[in-house]
Design a protein around this ligand. Structure first.
Ligand SMILES: Nc1ncnc2c1ncn2[C@@H]1O[C@H](COP(=O)(O)OP(=O)(O)OP(=O)(O)O)[C@@H](O)[C@H]1O
Length: 252
């Protein structure tokens, strides 16, 4: 049989950035947070973003996820180019295609676990699929906690509620900004194993910002930022390799 090498097409990528720059402020106070960053993230991969403080990691994540608009350049989510969308369309695309996880879990204290997880569906006026809700809460290990409130859970459990909430819309991409920043080692590991399973078992794409080489080593690859520019990458990273690169990039 002929050995056919298929070229990658846009369908193979969840996120593409083309020469993305972001400048905050203007004139003398202008800060170039991102400087002509181009990158393509394949569907079904787990990428960590690292770099010194102020190197542009959060700006990168926010531009890639349509939370912030680049000053120039283009961002594609699947086959949708974000700069062509107005605010209403952009919000819709975010709701449909992206799940968000932050260091502060951002759960609503007055709502139960299941109500928090269902919130994105309510906001999108979608019917709740109880079977899928149960499946997702079981997958994050909280099948028995549906009626609890966030204040009755540990930090790790709260972050797992946030992960379930990020998954309930079955997004193409899950973006996570320091998802383990507030967790102890054991809870961090559980959260990272969950992020891995989102990629390995569900084929979704994960993009995560972290300061921690051990956390980054759970990803398939690490991209490094320095002064708003891409400064290399590592595939199948070990914590030691990541730490060595970070040391090379300076203060972190
Ligand atoms: N809203 C804003 N207005 C002005 N400057 C900003 C704004 N947001 C970020 N910056 C600046 O842009 C640069 C990149 O910031 P960003 O938060 O993306 O970096 P980071 O790598 O995520 O940093 P950290 O690791 O400290 O969280 C920094 O110099 C920061 O001060």
């Amino acid at each position: 049989m002929a050995n056919v090498v298929r070229r990658a097409t846009s369908a193979d990528y969840s996120i593409r950035l083309g020469s993305v720059s972001k400048v905050y402020g203007s004139a003398k106070s202008a800060v170039q947070a991102l400087d002509t960053v181009s990158i393509e993230l394949r569907r079904g991969t787990f990428t960590a973003v690292m770099g010194p403080s102020g190197s542009g990691k959060s700006t990168f994540l926010n531009c890639a996820a349509g939370l912030d608009r680049p000053t120039s350049g283009s961002v594609w989510l699947g086959d949708v180019e974000l700069s062509g969308l107005d605010e209403v369309q952009l919000t819709e695309v975010r709701r449909q295609r992206i799940g968000f996880i932050f260091q502060a879990y951002n759960l609503l204290g007055a709502l139960t676990v299941e109500e928090n997880v269902m919130l994105p569906l309510r906001l999108a006026d979608k019917r709740t699929d109880r079977k899928f809700l149960r499946e997702v809460l079981t997958a994050v290990g909280l099948g028995d906690y549906l009626k609890r409130r966030p204040s009755e859970l540990s930090g790790g459990q709260q972050q797992r509620v946030a992960i379930a909430r990020a998954l309930i819309n079955q997004p193409d991409v899950v973006v996570a900004d320091e998802p383990t920043g507030a967790l102890d080692t054991r809870s961090s590991r559980q959260v990272l194993e969950l992020l891995r399973s989102i990629v390995d078992d569900r084929g979704q794409t994960v993009l995560m910002v972290t300061h921690d080489p051990v956390v980054a080593s759970f990803a398939d690859s690490v991209v490094f930022l320095a002064d708003g520019k891409l400064a290399g990458d590592l595939t199948r990273p070990t914590p030691e390799q990541v730490a060595a690169r970070m040391t090379h990039l300076g203060e972190w």
